[in-house]
Each structure stands twice: as structure tokens, then as C-alpha cells.
Design a protein around this ligand. Structure first.
Ligand code: SF4
Length: 258
């Protein structure tokens, strides 16, 4: 069985109802998901071909601990080969598990917008697009059209300077590439995005510098860790505490009456 726990700093676990993908922009060149499928071939008999995992659909219902869940760390949920009916089932599970936050990240901004009207944007969905350089800045305009509680940008691997319009954007993640063939991120690119976020009051998360390994360059930007989360996260955490207290009370009562 593939572990759903993750070392990704901005999430708690991953859920991969689909795996596999194909490359659409320069951020994909050294795709981490593809590398994993090549390394652990026994877990991915279909390789990096888009594969639906219907048997995983109900997994989040079994995870009682409220978590931030990164949907499809090994794929792209809005990939053209994911049938709309399957996408609807994923969104249905999200609706049925309001104690979790679902972080969905795509590079398929056009399909996202095409299908958005037919999907239910529950409160616990955070929707993001990847923006690796200025050529893909238009993905942000597509994202702005999505009625998600939180809209976020993942600028990882950051491959160039970005001039962002952060209107209606709640959270920005920045990270450098890691792996043997990593493309270094410049200090001024990361500083500029942080400064744009600060002046527009948008939460900024600096994930890593990258390098030969993801931890090689550390996480400090100008001597500081930047782990800001969107405002919605604080609210969800309060609700999560209430949920845990309620669920603990219920289990105690069940034990006492057993
Ligand atoms: S969209 Fe994501 S999963 Fe798909 S090839 Fe690009 S980096 Fe990999």
C-alpha cells in the first residue's frame, strides 16, 4: 500500500484518486510524480499513464483525524483523461468529509474553468494553480473565476521573476526545484513574491530553496521561516478543535455505556 503521509510542509497527507499525467509546461520538466512512478514500479504498474483508482475514492472517510489533504500529488485532477463523472465523485467525497481541507492544484486551468459551473465548491476546497514563470501568469486569471473558499498559487519550481496580480488570491507558496538536475531559484525572485504578498496582505509560504535534495538549501528566506497560511485555516482549526472535542466525547460516552 502507498503511504498517504507526506513531507510536504503545507499539507498533512495526500490522496491520489488518480495517478499519472503528461507534461504541459516548463514546471513539469523534472516532474517529481513521474520520477516516483519510475522508481517504485511495483506500486505503479501503469507507469505514468493516467490511471483512475476507484478503490481509493472513499479513503478520506476512514481518516478520522481532520487533515489538510493534497489531492493528487501524483497527478492532475483536471487532466483531460479524468472523466467528468469521476471528478464529480471526488467532489462528492469532499462534500461528505467536511472535517478535512482539500488542497487541489492544477496546471489545467482551462479545463478547470470549463467545468467549474458544474461542480459544487464546498467550503473545504482550496483551489490552486501552478505558476512557474511569467509565461504562465494567465493561470491566475482563470483561477480568479473559481468560487473556492481559498484560491492559491504554487510557484514551485520557481523558474523566473513573477509580477503578480494578487486580487482575490489568498495564499502563495514559493519553492525552488530539487533533484539532480535542479534549476536554481534566484534570491530576488523569492524576495519579490514575498514583498508583493506582504503589500497585498496575502499569506506567503516559503517551502524550500531546493537543490540536489528538497532539504539541501533549507527553508530560510532572509533569515526567517515563512509559514503563513490563509485566514480560512485559522477558522477551520477552531472548528477542528470543536469537532475533535465532540468526537472524543462521543467515544467516551460509547465506552461508558458499553
Ligand atoms: S502537471 Fe504536475 S503531475 Fe502532471 S506532469 Fe506536470 S508536474 Fe507532473
Amino acid at each position: 500500500m502507498v503511504s498517504t503521509h507526506t513531507g510536504i510542509e503545507w499539507t498533512d497527507r495526500t490522496w491520489n484518486p488518480t495517478t499519472g499525467c503528461n507534461k504541459v509546461s516548463p514546471g513539469c520538466t523534472h516532474c517529481y510524480a513521474e520520477a516516483i512512478t519510475k522508481r517504485f514500479t511495483q506500486n505503479f504498474p501503469q507507469g505514468f499513464a493516467l490511471t483512475l483508482h476507484r478503490e481509493r475514492l472513499q479513503e478520506p472517510k476512514r481518516w478520522r483525524k481532520p487533515s489538510r489533504i493534497f489531492v493528487n500529488s501524483m497527478s492532475d485532477l483536471f487532466h483531460e483523461e479524468v472523466p467528468f463523472s469521476f471528478l464529480k465523485e471526488v467532489f462528492e467525497v469532499i462534500r461528505e468529509t467536511p472535517w478535512h481541507i482539500y488542497q487541489i492544484l492544477t496546471k489545467r486551468h482551462e479545463r478547470l474553468v470549463d467545468l467549474a459551473d458544474q461542480l459544487d465548491w464546498h467550503e473545504n476546497i482550496w483551489m490552486g494553480v501552478s505558476v512557474e514563470n511569467q509565461d504562465y501568469i494567465h493561470r491566475v486569471d482563470y483561477l480568479r473565476k473559481i468560487p473556492a473558499k481559498v484560491r492559491f498559487l504554487s510557484c514551485e519550481p520557481l523558474l523566473g521573476a513573477l509580477q503578480l496580480d494578487l486580487t482575490d488570491i489568498h495564499w502563495v507558496i514559493v519553492g525552488g526545484e530539487s533533484g539532480n538536475r535542479y534549476r536554481p531559484m534566484k534570491l530576488e525572485w523569492a524576495q519579490s513574491i514575498r514583498d508583493q504578498c506582504n503589500s497585498d496582505h496575502v499569506a506567503f509560504f516559503f517551502k524550500q530553496w531546493g537543490g540536489r535534495t528538497s532539504k539541501a538549501g533549507g527553508r530560510l528566506l532572509d533569515g526567517q521561516i515563512w509559514d503563513e497560511m490563509p485566514e480560512a485555516w485559522n477558522l477551520h482549526r477552531q472548528q477542528r478543535e470543536e469537532y475533535l472535542t465532540l468526537s472524543n466525547r462521543k467515544s467516551r460516552k460509547a465506552r461508558l455505556t458499553a
